[in-house]
Design a protein around this ligand. Structure first.
Ligand SMILES: Cc1cc2nc3c(=O)[nH]c(=O)nc-3n(C[C@H](O)[C@H](O)[C@H](O)COP(=O)(O)OP(=O)(O)OC[C@H]3O[C@@H](n4cnc5c(N)ncnc54)[C@H](O)[C@@H]3O)c2cc1C
Length: 488
């Protein structure tokens, strides 16, 4: 049940404050929306539930999925262009949002430049090995399925994970601090420790304001041009997770800030918004780094392979989630043996075995199943091919140097972290759509409270939250100031 209601403007006796634009939530999407609306001449209020802006964006690893020939790509010797990026995104993420994807790709270099102009730093250097995020300061790494078959044949593979230069794991903060600073310098007015509790609509259904709660104080804020919802995802709302993410393992752990509780989605739905991809999530417990583990094979409890092991970790997780009991094992030989380095994943070494027959028995697999899988894989790998899953030749080697080892990488034994991908349905102007596909006047959404472009873990690439979140936040801020007309 939706705990939020919509308030009819006629029930509001007096507004306590007024602005052209009200931005709800000051993470990456909200900050970018506020900056652009302010620069377009608007008076902007940002309402933020926490004591300061930042949200999950500040906790993040600071990876932005950007391309089309950014200065970092160029400095690192990669040739990318908008069309190449578009072809990859459409092939791997689907064509549902083709117009938004087109716009994202066409304007990506400009967007990268804009982020840098606001003070978001990206080093001109590249990390060439496989990693989930970087503890170093390199500005570029591969974070998606670009080199995974069939995508490598449909678009020229190039790295597009742009990592903000910062210290430690939460480099997202190095992006948020300058953006929040710009908001403050431009005069965006902030209401902090303040939660938006309802949208206010006029008789035509146009969103004209918000009701807020700060401690015991209730306020009504008028928005002359409209409201941008930028409140983040819903991984921290157990009721929504239970309702929507029915395929998610009970042992998976949510990623987000304490306030990633879906309130923006519920606020929008109360005002007539449609949602998209609410059942989808991206889970992660990467087997890499180190990259050499990709040369192993991943099998299910029947001893069969089911995914190309060089897939992006979110894609691998999605395939594991579809296996019987969501169980899987990583099998390596002594030549490539190493422990998986992502500590949060807690992939456990099961044991070492002199022979594959011994391993197969210990893992309670059907007799000869794993032996047959390994024989078939090794025969092809000696020829540098993987006809079953088309793993890239750079990750192929016969696994024939015993002893052998197996790791648990099941949902029940490892720790999978997840983020939600579903949210409010929006168009390429970041306008929120109703169930007829028509924009709700005065209502915009960006970031993780709107449905992501990649609608599954299999199609996700790291940086596809901060990249589009910042981009469509800007789109919302500009569009809201330029027009209030309905566009489908
Ligand atoms: C550990 C971690 C690592 C990650 N790494 C990456 C990465 O490298 N790259 C990437 O693309 N994605 C990453 N993500 C995901 C990404 O951080 C989020 O999807 C993204 O930051 C969402 O941005 P946002 O602006 O939509 O929401 P947020 O940044 O969460 O901002 C939403 C804001 O709204 C406020 N708010 C919520 N409800 C209300 C309300 N009712 N009223 C007022 N304010 C409200 C919140 O307090 C918050 O400040 C990571 C996430 C985590 C947790």
């Amino acid at each position: 049940m939706n705990p939020f209601d919509v308030i009819d403007e006629t029930c509001v006796t007096q507004f306590d404050d007024c602005a052209d634009v009200i931005v709800v939530g000051l993470g990456i999407a909200g900050a970018c929306a506020a900056i652009e609306a302010k620069r377009a001449g608007g008076d902007v209020i940002a309402v933020e539930r926490a004591s300061a802006g930042g949200g999950a964006s500040a906790l993040s690893s600071g990876l932005f999925y950007l391309g089309g020939g950014t200065a970092v790509q160029q400095a690192c010797g990669y040739s990318d262009d908008a069309q190449n990026m578009y072809q990859f995104m459409i092939a791997s993420m689907g064509s549902d949002n083709a117009q938004a994807v087109r716009q994202y790709c066409d304007q990506n270099v400009e967007h990268f430049n804009w982020l840098e102009q606001q003070g978001v730093p990206f080093e001109r250097s590249c990390y060439k090995d496989k990693a989930v995020f970087l503890m170093g300061t390199e500005g570029l790494l591969s974070t998606g399925n670009e080199k995974v078959w069939p995508y490598r044949e449909l678009a020229r593979p190039v790295p597009r994970g742009h990592q903000v230069t910062g210290e430690g794991e939460s480099t997202g903060n190095a992006a948020m601090q300058p953006l929040l600073q710009v908001c403050s310098e431009l005069g965006v007015r902030g209401y902090y420790d303040t939660r938006v509790q309802a949208l206010i609509t006029d008789q035509s259904g146009t969103v004209v304001g918000v009701k807020t709660q700060q401690g015991g104080d209730t306020r009504f804020l008028k928005a002359n041009k409209g409201v941008v919802l930028a409140t983040g995802g819903f991984a921290m709302n157990p009721d929504m997770v239970q309702l929507h993410l029915q395929g998610l393992s009970a042992t998976a752990e949510a990623l987000g800030s304490a306030y990633s509780d879906g309130s923006g989605i519920q606020l929008g739905v109360a005002a007539g918004a449609d949602t998209d991809a609410m059942q989808n999530y991206i889970a992660t417990a990467s087997i890499y780094p180190p990259g050499q583990l990709i040369k192993g094979i991943i099998v299910n409890e029947s001893g069969q392979r089911f995914v190309a092991e060089d897939s992006y970790h979110g894609r691998t997780a999605e395939f594991i989630a579809k296996q019987s009991n969501q169980r899987a094992f990583l099998i390596v030989d002594s030549e490539i043996f190493a422990y998986p380095e992502i500590e949060t994943a807690r992939h456990q070494l099961i044991d070492g075995y002199e022979t594959i027959e011994e391993m197969e028995q210990a893992l309670a697999m059907p007799k000869d199943a794993l032996v047959a899988t390994l024989n078939q894989y090794n025969t092809a790998a000696r020829d540098g091919v993987d006809p079953d899953f088309m793993k890239h030749p750079e990750w192929l080697k016969p696994l024939d140097q015993g002893p052998y080892a197996a790791f648990y990488i099941s949902f029940s034994q490892s720790i999978y972290l997840y983020m939600t991908l579903g949210g409010l349905k929006t168009n390429a102007n970041a306008q929120v759509l109703n169930s007829k596909g028509i924009a709700i006047p005065g209502l915009y959404a960006a970031g993780a409270c709107s449905a992501h472009i990649p609608k599954s873990g299999a199609s996700y690439a790291s940086g596809m939250s901060l990249g589009p979140g910042s981009f469509f936040g800007r789109v919302a801020g500009r569009h809201i100031m330029s027009s209030n007309e309905d566009t489908p």
